[in-house]
Structures are given as structure tokens and as C-alpha cells.
Design a protein around this ligand. Sequence first.
Ligand code: AMP
Length: 277
Amino acid sequence: MQIAKDKETLQTLLNKWSGKSIGLVPTMGALHEGHLSLIEKAKSENDFVVVSIFVNPKQFNDPKDLENYPSDLEGDLKKIQDLTDCVFCPDIENVYPNDFKELRFEIDHLEGVMEGKHRQGHFQGVCNIVYILLDLVKPTRAYFGIKDYQQLAIIRHMSKVHFPKIEIVPCEIIREENGLAKSSRNLNLSKDDFEKAAIIYQNLIAARDLIRSNKSIDQVKEIVRNNFQKEKIELEYFEITHPDTLQPINSRIPRSRGFIAAYVGNVRLIDNLELIE
Ligand code: AMP
């Protein structure tokens, strides 16, 4: 495994791989089995794999959230040393030099709901770093988790416009034994809160069952909101949306999904599930 700490070193390495297929897995580190599943998939489908580890300050709307974001580069490198060909772990100045001009992306139609609504500027920040990485690595395929479904939809759109040749590969959500979606942020949960956080996935499953038993969308929303209230867990949003437009729905549209963002302790967690077949 080669370690590139700046764009220039990465470029030299990429030049040696010209003509080969390359899989790119962008991450913010504190790697867990969710990340590893993306890397394994990338390895099985490409000649070479580049994993980027970079906590992107531009996608944090809350400075405290950025400060508390877990990081363990040494541990991460050990976890993936046999899985990837290259790790790109630049510092902030290398990615965003002083003369860096932030790009604006046309993502308004996908950004106005859920994560984009509650985390102003988040997806512009995500698009900036993903654009930089796709432009630099020019991968054959880039891998993103369905765990961050809205992010995946926005990156798909952005890459279709700017990098039409790159295939964006969606990857299944990997979960803890209690159903909680694996996340770097889970490291900030106390043992007690880790168990309590299972409420998120439990309610997505409950919502799916309620819809199958013919409850209306509004009824399902109310039941889920009440469940969180009863457990005194702060539900930031529960939305049921169209799978492609991400707009809230009132009728049963196939592949529609449920999305939850909730605070357990003071850790913000998100998850989603297909509710309608
Ligand atoms: P992050 O480091 O949180 O930015 O995540 C890097 C990539 O891993 C993103 O594409 C995420 O959607 C994906 N990812 C994060 N958690 C999971 C999970 N539990 N299962 C599958 N993919 C995940």
C-alpha cells in the first residue's frame, strides 16, 4: 500500500497506472466495516484502488461538529493496508490552497430537503471535495454508501454533469448487531446511547411494516414521531420521499424511502430504508 500525502505524489503514482481501471473510495476516516465493504467492492471490480482519508472542513456547518469528528489515521492505515493499493491523506492546505476558489454546483432541486435543509452549505462542501477527488484521480468507478442516500443522489447528479464517464457505484448499508447503521460518529456514543440509537432503524422497519399494513403516509409519520417522543430522543426529521427527486410524497410511489436524522445524546445520526417496493 502506497501512502500519498499530497496531490503531487498521488499524481506520480496515478501516472504509473495509466490504462488500468481505478476504483476511488472517498472517506473522512475513522474507518469501520461500512468503509471496508466499499473498499472490498472497489478492489473486486478494479485493477487499483485509491482510498482517500480527509476530514473535509467545507462540509461541516457546525464548527463543534468538526472539532468532535473522530480521527485515527494510524489505526485506519493498519485496517486497510492489505485492502487498498493507495491511501491519499492530504492536509487541508494541499487540498484547499490559499487561492482556492470554491465551486458552486447546480444541485438546488436535490438540496432543499433533509440534510441540505438542516445543514446549510453541507452539500456544496461535499460536492467541492468530491469534484476535486474525481478530477484528480479520474477513476473508472467511485464508490459511495447508500447510508448517505441524499449525498449519493447529489454526487450522481454532479458527476453526470462534470464527469460523465465515471461510474458512481452505490453500496449497501452495513449495520451493527442492534441494527444501528455503522458510522464514524458511533464512536462518540456512550454504551447506553449506542443501545438507545437502535430506535432509528427500528422505526424505519416499523414504518415499512405500517405502510405494508396499509396505514397512510401521514399516519406512519405521526406514529414514528410519537415513538421518538416517548423515548425522549430528539428526532430532527422523518421524511418519506420519492427515491429520485427526494421530494416528500403523499401517495405510494415504488422505491420510496424513509429518512431519519436524530440526536442520541448529542451525536447526530442518520439512516434510511426503502419503505415501498
Ligand atoms: P464518511 O467517512 O462517513 O464520509 O463515509 C465515506 C463513505 O462510506 C460514504 O460513501 C458513506 O456513505 C459510506 N458509509 C458510511 N457508513 C456506511 C455504512 N454503515 N455502510 C456502508 N457505507 C457506509
